[in-house]
Write a protein that binds this ligand. Structure first.
Ligand code: SF4
Ligand code: SF4
Length: 237
């Protein structure tokens, strides 16, 4: 989800890479579950999140749709997000003790918080006339979102608690810019074309089961290649 806010307003003004130290450590979130409530539809799930949830919990996408996740349109594309329970407005995975009941399989956004991602494009080289662009992202620290005052320094790579961070970051980048390309591609299309494209993407990346015994990234790459061919959107930069 794109947010049109100034980075200066919401961050410490710095951008971080995976090897940087950042003051994000919240001391194990003792007694706090603020970021598991009132999030509306903002905890958007990517294909890796669904791989983790379906294979980790042994539930299919449809079963999750019963009461744990829901679908919403984000910048023209239908995507799943964590569902907040009506009334309490808390995540359906928050247990009575105020802890995450799916900690090992929690989504990427939950692993990241209070960090966020800042996507940026720049020319491949200074003075390049080809127009080719490098599309990447870095991290930023959201300074108004977590109530812990004295946060500890932690390496970004450790904080996001995800094995093989380089492959993970490539996936995050590919997925983000693929969605951006699809949004652009569908902007001028008729409603029925947009609807069919959305159904296709939903089935391909979310509803079709992933093999929990096989590497996620290889499965994702295969589906991404297929989606690019069908929707005729380009390979990244
Ligand atoms: S708001 Fe901060 S301390 Fe509270 S649960 Fe979220 S990350 Fe942990
Ligand atoms: S999945 Fe876990 S960490 Fe994420 S919002 Fe829900 S309860 Fe909180």
């Amino acid at each position: 989800m794109k947010r049109q806010v100034s980075l200066e307003e919401i961050s410490d003004g710095r951008l971080y890479s995976k090897n940087d130290m950042v003051k994000a450590g919240c001391g194990g979130c003792k007694g706090c579950s603020d970021c598991c409530s009132g999030m509306g539809n903002s905890v958007i799930l990517d294909p890796l999140d669904i791989y983790r949830l379906t294979t980790g919990l042994g539930l299919g996408f449809e079963a999750l749709m019963a009461d744990k996740i829901e679908l919403n349109v984000v910048d023209g594309i239908i995507l799943p997000n964590l569902k907040m329970s009506s009334g309490s407005e808390t995540c359906a995975f928050l247990n009575r003790e105020g802890r995450c009941s799916i900690h090992p399989w929690r989504p990427g956004i939950c692993r990241l918080f209070p960090l966020g991602r800042y996507y940026e494009t720049r020319p491949v080289s200074e003075g390049s006339r080809s127009g080719a662009q490098v599309r990447s992202f870095r991290y930023f620290l959201q300074v108004h979102e977590c109530p812990v005052v004295h946060k500890t320094k932690v390496k970004v790579e450790k904080w996001i608690d995800t094995p093989n961070v380089s492959r993970y970051e490539k996936f995050v980048n590919d997925w983000h810019y693929f969605l951006e390309d699809v949004q652009e591609r569908l902007e001028q299309e008729a409603d029925d074309v947009v609807k069919n494209a959305n159904l296709f993407l939903l089935k391909l990346f979310y509803i079709r089961p992933y093999d929990g015994g096989a590497d996620f990234y290889a499965q994702f790459e295969e589906r991404l290649t297929q989606a690019r061919e069908v929707l005729e959107v380009g390979v990244l930069y």
